[in-house]
Design a protein. Sequence first.
Length: 219
Amino acid sequence: MARRANYERELNNISDKLVLMCRHIEAAIEKCVQALVDRDSELAQEVFEEEKLIDEFERDIENSCFRLLVMENPVAGDFREVSSALRMITDLERIGDQARDIADITMQFGDGEYIKKLEHIQQMAVIVMQMVKDGVQAYINRDLALAHSLDETDDKVDELFNIVTAELIELVKEKPDNAEQAVMLLMINKYLERIGDHAVNLGDWVEYAITGAHPKTKG
């Protein structure tokens, strides 16, 4: 009984750390896109600090998971919970990397006006932030319905991704001088789409933790 209580306590500790990691990821996404909109290099620089904290959380949670696996000798269901957390932090860390990459691109824009309005990119950012939050919450609450909803929400991200891509390609066709900025915006667009994919992976790992079904994660 004492061993089981200790396992539950340690797993709750891991869940608490996942929530904190998620908050830094949300902040990183919000800051990198707001820095793009406002052309704020100082705010973009803050994303690099957020990404460092995200990496620290990944290492900390990873150590906690390994310690739990080694010391508590979990049964099959417990093993799925812990191994799912390990997989989730890999996706979360990659999301942090992509937010950093967006911030890096943001600092490369010159002073000229953007070739298109950024509302679709901002919409994507709002959606993927919520997806990340929902993925972590689904794990904590063992909420299979919320986990499954991420796939459907990602369709909205993909739709916006296609809209932005088509608009940028058309702008380059109309005026080839737009190409350099279009490429940078396309990269930002792609990073946000990839964040959505990683958020879907979170839901897949939640399903694995609950049901044992092997997830088909996106790269």
